[in-house]
Structure formats: structure tokens, C-alpha cells
Design a binder for this molecule. Structure first.
Ligand SMILES: *Cc1c(COP(=O)(O)O)cnc(C)c1O
Length: 432
């Protein structure tokens, strides 16, 4: 399969280069040349396949013959090694729990598949890669965990000192080996700026192969379409109109859902649920896209002011706003509404949802009220609520129980390398 750059359709590379390079040399994002529909027979008989078998069929559609079937199968078995269960709340709504992986967020799916695929390609290539990633929390932990001990790859995770949760910091700093945690004296925006400076530093480019592990890497998006099929399989009554509500930040999860629809999954509507960072919501509702600085909210993984995958959505629908707003409904919500929703689901459904999933539920309610017809909603629960204990402790009178794997890393000692927000410091580390 060939992948073109969103900046120039004639600028193409194969799947291997798309995933190893992360971003095109003209700074565009890679898109598959075609997204082929899967057979109708496969889609109507999903219940006959397990999650890994479903994932294999989808991955094959994007990889084609660049990885032999046996090897692709091993990659899937090693990366998609936990479940994505659908939990019914009532006849019209269920929650897709995407937090059963090692770092308790949906990003584990993408990061693990990408890590094992990169490892496969690098084997025998005698090429070393350095992954630079800036994180405000969940991305760093999923990427660090996934790439731990992968040969040929070094990972540098940059995080803003004192600005990520204790749990998230431990998840990044306690791994060691090929994972270095860089503590930046600055904000998340500073971390992102440092990463960007490194990517455009020609002097560095001649010395090391730098790549990105953010959701601009197509290797993270592809596996995210696996669980749309897996969850669809689990719907009991498929005669209703099926709607997916996606808590959105950089729009990677939403884009993966659109890929699934392109492959033939009969999804009638997508809901892009946003917090007060509503740049995409505004675009869907009035056609104007105006990126701006992000604002802090309780659903902090969605605090994005300039969503990177927006260009992929435009590309997929050929810039046709009418088409996009027909497929996607979008609505933004405040922190107060988010807390009320968490409380309501706790009181009425005995379910503890995290702040991101709560925004997804709010948007589903809104859409259901507006269309007033019988629809079945699936809300993507993107992280385990225990990752956001502070939100519960500061605002609510109940809190979720932390899973063991979270408690374990809390007892370990972390190690970081501290740098200033001056690019010189990061460059020195990268050179050595
Ligand atoms: C990353 C993240 C999101 C946003 O996902 P995008 O693919 O960037 O839109 C939502 N919720 C959680 C918990 C996340 O970690």
C-alpha cells in the first residue's frame, strides 16, 4: 500500500516508510492511497471472529504484502492483547471501555501496534531510530510502555515539570532502559515547541533518525479502527441506527472511526465530543476553522487548540464541509456539565466514568434529543477513571478503585533528566 502526503498526493512512500518516518518530508501527514471496503460477508459475520482475527483483517487492508501474514499475525497477537468490552447502560447507550491495556488508556492500542511494527521493520535494517514525544500525560505513558526494550529504538519523553498527574509521571519515569524521561522546566506548549525544533534541525537530521509517536503517525491510527469493528460485533440489536460518540482532542480516534466507516462498517453518525477546546466543533457547525491556544479543563487529554488530524479528515472528504457536517455531529461542554454527568451516571447507573468519557456521554444525550429518533449510542471511554483521581478527590464525594498495575508503579522510584525550556539543552541530549 502506498501512502501519500496530505500536502502533495504525488509525494508517496510505502507503509514501512510511512510508519518509520512518522511525518512526510513536506510536513504533510500520510494517508493511505485507498481504504478498501472489507467484504460484506465479513462485516455481517463479525461474531464468528475474535478481536485479534478481526484486527488482522483490518491491518492487512492497510499493510497489504509488506508484512507476511504470519508476522503480521504475531504483531497483532502481541499488541492487541487485552479486551475492548461494551458495557450496556440502558437500551440506547453503551460504553466501550478502551482502558484495559497496561497504561489504562486507549492509546495503548495504537502505541503497542506501532512499536511492534517498527521493531519488525527495523530488524535486519541496521537502522536506529529515536522517538521524540511531548506529552501532557497519556501519550507519554502509552508510548514509553509500548517501546520498552524494543531493539533499535530509543525513546525520549518530554513532560512539563509538575504539570502532569503523579500517576502519569510515575508511568513515564520508572521504566528506564531505552526510555528516557525528560523533565522540562516549562509548560506542555514548551515541550511541543522543543520537539518541533528538533524535527526541523537539519544538523541533527544528518546524525540521527528522529520520528514521531504522536497520532500524526499512521501506525497509531490504523489499530484504532480495530475496536470500532470489535465493538460493533458486540451490539445485540443491530437494527437500530448506530452512533459513535468520540471524546476528541487531536481527532485521531475520530479519524480511525471514519476509516472504519470507509471500510464498510454501517455507522450512521459520529459525534465529536469536545470540552471548551472547541475548534473542531466550530468548524463542523459553521465551516470556519480557527486554531487557537488551548485552555485547561478537567478532561485534559482533550485540551488541544489545533487538532493535528484535522487535515486527514479534510483530505478524506475532499474538503467538503457539507459532507463532513452530515457525517459528524459536534458539541462542546463545560467542566461543570462534565462533573454533573459523572455524578449522574454514578447515581443512576452505578457506573464511574472518567471526565473524557463523560463529555462523550453529554454529546450523545444532546444528539439523541436533537434527532428524537430511536438510535443506539456507543460512547468511547478513553481512559480509566482512576487516572484522574484528583478530579474525583477535589470535586466529588466518591472515587474509583485503582487497578493493581497502577498502584505497582506508584511504589517505584522514578528517574528523570531535568532540562530548561531552551532548545540548546535538548539538542545536547540528542547529540550524545
Ligand atoms: C488522547 C486522549 C483523548 C483524545 O483523543 P484524540 O485521538 O487525540 O482525539 C481523549 N481521551 C483520553 C483519555 C486521551 O488520552
Amino acid at each position: 500500500m502506498q501512502y501519500y502526503s496530505t500536502n502533495n498526493k504525488n509525494n508517496k512512500v510505502n507503509f514501512r516508510e510511512a510508519i518509520l518516518q512518522g511525518i512526510a518530508n513536506d510536513k504533510g501527514l500520510f494517508m493511505p492511497e485507498s481504504i478498501n471496503p472489507l467484504s460484506e460477508n465479513f462485516i455481517s459475520n463479525l461474531t464468528e471472529f475474535n478481536f485479534q482475527e478481526i484486527s488482522f483483517q483490518i491491518a492487512k487492508n492497510f499493510v497489504e504484502d509488506e508484512i507476511p501474514g504470519n508476522d503480521l499475525n504475531s504483531i497483532i497477537i502481541n499488541s492487541i492483547s487485552f479486551e475492548a468490552p461494551l458495557v450496556n447502560l440502558n437500551d440506547n447507550l453503551s460504553i466501550l471501555e478502551l482502558f484495559h491495556g497496561p497504561t489504562l488508556a486507549f492509546k495503548d492500542f495504537g502505541a503497542r501496534f506501532m512499536a511492534r511494527t517498527m521493531e519488525y521493520f527495523l530488524k535486519g535494517m541496521n537502522r536506529e531510530i529515536t522517538i521524540l514525544v511531548a506529552t501532557s500525560g497519556d501519550t507519554g505513558s502509552a508510548v514509553a510502555n509500548s517501546f520498552l526494550n524494543v531493539d533499535g529504538i530509543k525513546v525520549l519523553v518530554l513532560f512539563p515539570s509538575g504539570k502532569i498527574s503523579k500517576v502519569q509521571e510515575k508511568q513515564i519515569t520508572t521504566l528506564g532502559n531505552n526510555i528516557a524521561a525528560i523533565e522540562v522546566d516549562g509548560t506542555f506548549d514548551d515541550c511541543q515547541r522543543l520537539v518541533k525544533s528538533a524535527f526541523v534541525d537539519d544538523e541533527l537530521k544528518n546524525k540521527i533518525n528522529l520520528t514521531s509517536a504522536n497520532s500524526i503517525n499512521i501506525g497509531r491510527l490504523i489499530p484504532q479502527s480495530f475496536y470500532y469493528f470489535e465493538s460493533f460485533k458486540q451490539i445485540k440489536n443491530k437494527n437500530q441506527k448506530i452512533v459513535y460518540s468520540v471524546p476528541s482532542g487531536n481527532l485521531g480516534n475520530l479519524t480511525a472511526g471514519l476509516f472504519a466507516k470507509q471500510m464498510g462498517l454501517p455507522i450512521s453518525k459520529f459525534i465529536a465530543a469536545t470540552n471548551k477546546n472547541d475548534v473542531f466543533t466550530k468548524y463542523v457547525n459553521d465551516g470556519n476553522f480557527n486554531p487557537k491556544a488551548s485552555v485547561e479543563t478537567l478532561s485534559n487529554a482533550m485540551d488541544v487548540g489545533d487538532p493535528s488530524n484535522f487535515v486527514r479528515i479534510l483530505d478524506l472528504y475532499k474538503n467538503n464541509h457539507a459532507l463532513i457536517s452530515n457525517i459528524i455531529f459536534s458539541k462542546s461542554f463545560s467542566d461543570e456539565e462534565t462533573l454533573n454527568k459523572i455524578q449522574e451516571l454514578h447515581d443512576n447507573n452505578n457506573y464511574i466514568i472518567d471526565p473524557h468519557g463523560a463529555v462523550g456521554c453529554l454529546a450523545f444525550d444532546k444528539y439523541k434529543n436533537e434527532v428524537g429518533e430511536d438510535i443506539f449510542g456507543i460512547v468511547l471511554e478513553t481512559a480509566h477513571p482512576a487516572k484522574f483521581l484528583n478530579v474525583f478527590e477535589n470535586n466529588l464525594n466518591f472515587k474509583p478503585v485503582s487497578p493493581d498495575r497502577l498502584n505497582q508503579c506508584l511504589n517505584k522510584k522514578g528517574e528523570t533528566e531535568k532540562i530548561s525550556s531552551n532548545y540548546k539543552d535538548l539538542k545536547e541530549i540528542l547529540r550524545s
